[in-house]
Ligand binder design. Structure first.
Ligand code: ADP
Length: 456
């Protein structure tokens, strides 16, 4: 096992990784920007080192500074958390070149799956269903027109290097295709540093269901069942996730798990990863992408399996074999996570900042709160608006829903505006309670339109 790990991240996920380090008896090093001097991860880590100015590009994304921090502190491994450097193959390579273990998959697996059009091709070859679309980035406008005709409208233009719900553009008809393509390419260049885009058939009211993977460095690949993440904001960012997915036929659940394992095996994957699928009203499922890192929503899987995913990321990177067998893993109860963010849903999810005059998180049976907040903490304007993840676990979905209602009601936060009331509203709808929502649910709820029910 490592003696010391540097956590190249901030916020709740840095706190989560530090907790895992402490429980494994490993020393932790926090990095922080000048805006995060008073942050909880800095207070909880055994050591902390400043890596630059407040903007992420100058601190949390500053590879030379992060690597220098690892060398100065003598960290043997780096946990990247999610976001920031977690899916940069060049960072994983730079770590290896310095003899620092990157806690994650190989640079090769990150690079392959980071190109979403190449990932589609790999998944397809591995036997996972993919939506009709292009299996490589578009090379010309003529090719785009021909491919779009074959796929049919409506379709999506997606940035090959996209992520975080960005870089997706819907095209309703052929007349709109080329103008949309040009905009999508220039937006992709600006946002992701690559103009490459591909086409994918649009599914009208899909559910987003993803499978958690854990793979060790000795060839064992396991799946830890699925999560439903259909409650998404207008920018395709997840707001509420649950495990297992409600109302899914056992054979669909089994097939999803098997497909995910095959995709992970196809890229020689190790460590934690997530294979994302869209599921239509007939429960046909299609691979959309793989995230080669820890996900925000990992705690719901931890709750229903009893597996500490973050500890296992560290153990796997240290060379330990996974002691679990697929057939022995079982789902225990139901878990739901609600993301409390400093955003105002009714005002187009406008972010809010400020000093917390009160933070009293919920507690009691079956409630876990992953957060970096404390009363008196000032939410800085530079970073992700996630404040806290409220995770509930109960024997049944019905009980988990009641528990989530209770936990959201109990949460007291003042000094910054949040989405708490909107989360409560979602949880109280008949559609959500019935487990029958598609990814369009939140936008319909905000518009007051007829709620899509996933047509099941
Ligand atoms: P990102 O890499 O930005 O997370 P994804 O490809 O994973 O993007 O898609 C994010 C979300 O966008 C999905 O969860 C879904 O809501 C929507 N989406 C993506 N592809 C499709 C599609 N083919 N049809 C309908 N909705 C889609």
């Amino acid at each position: 096992m490592f003696r010391k790990i540097l956590i190249a991240n901030r916020g709740e996920i840095a706190v989560r990784v530090i907790r895992a380090c402490k429980e494994l008896g490993v020393r932790s090093v926090a990095v922080y920007s000048e805006a995060d001097r008073d942050a909880l991860h800095v207070q909880l880590a055994d050591e902390a080192i400043c890596v630059g100015a407040p903007p992420s590009t100058e601190s949390y994304l500053n590879i030379p500074h992060i690597l220098m921090a690892a060398q100065i502190t003598g960290a043997e491994a780096i946990h990247p958390g999610y976001g920031y450097l977690s899916e940069r193959s060049s960072f994983a390579e730079a770590c290896a070149a310095l003899g620092v273990k990157f806690i994650g998959p190989t640079p090769d697996a990150i690079a392959k799956m980071g190109d979403k059009s190449l990932a589609r091709a790999i998944a397809h070859r591995a036997g996972a269903p993919v939506l009709p679309g292009t299996e490589h980035a578009l090379q010309s406008e003529d090719e785009a027109v021909a491919a779009a005709r074959a796929v049919g409208f409506p379709l999506l233009i997606k940035a090959a290097a996209g992520g975080g719900g960005r870089g997706i553009r819907r095209v309703m008809s052929e007349d709109d295709l080329l103008p949309a393509l040009r905009i999508a390419q220039s937006e992709a260049q600006a946002a992701f540093g690559s103009p490459e885009v591909y086409l994918e058939k649009y599914i009208p009211e899909p559910r987003h269901i993803e499978v958690q993977i854990l793979a060790d460095e000795h060839g064992k690949v396991l799946h830890l069942f699925e999560r439903e993440c259909s409650i998404q904001n207008l920018r395709h960012q997840k707001m509420i996730e649950e495990a297992p997915a409600p109302c899914l036929k056992p054979e669909t659940r089994r097939a999803l798990g098997e497909a995910a394992v095959k995709v992970a095996q196809a890229v020689g994957y190790h460590n934690a990863g997530t294979i994302e699928f869209l599921v239509d009203s007939e429960e046909n499922f299609y691979f959309i992408e793989m995230n080669t890192r820890l996900q925000v929503e990992h705690p719901v899987t931890e709750a229903i399996t009893g597996v500490d995913i973050v500890q296992w990321q560290i153990r796997i990177a240290a060379g330990e074999p996974l002691p679990y067998e697929q057939d022995a893993l079982a789902v225990q109860g139901h878990a739901i996570e609600a993301r409390l963010t400093a955003e105002i849903p009714e005002q187009d999810f406008t972010p809010s900042t400020g000093r917390l005059s009160e933070w009293t998180p919920p507690g009691g049976p079956g409630v876990r709160v992953d957060s970096h907040l404390y009363t008196g903490y000032s939410v800085p304007p530079y970073y992700d608006p996630l404040l806290a993840k409220i995770i509930v676990h109960a024997p049944t979905r019905e009980q988990a829903l009641m528990r989530l209602q209770r936990a959201l009601q109990e949460t007291r936060i003042a000094g910054v505006q949040t989405c708490r009331e909107f989360l409560r509203r979602v949880v109280q709808t008949d559609e959500f309670r019935a487990g029958a929502v598609s990814t369009l649910f939140v936008s319909c709820l905000l518009k007051g339109a007829t709620l899509p029910g996933g047509a099941r």
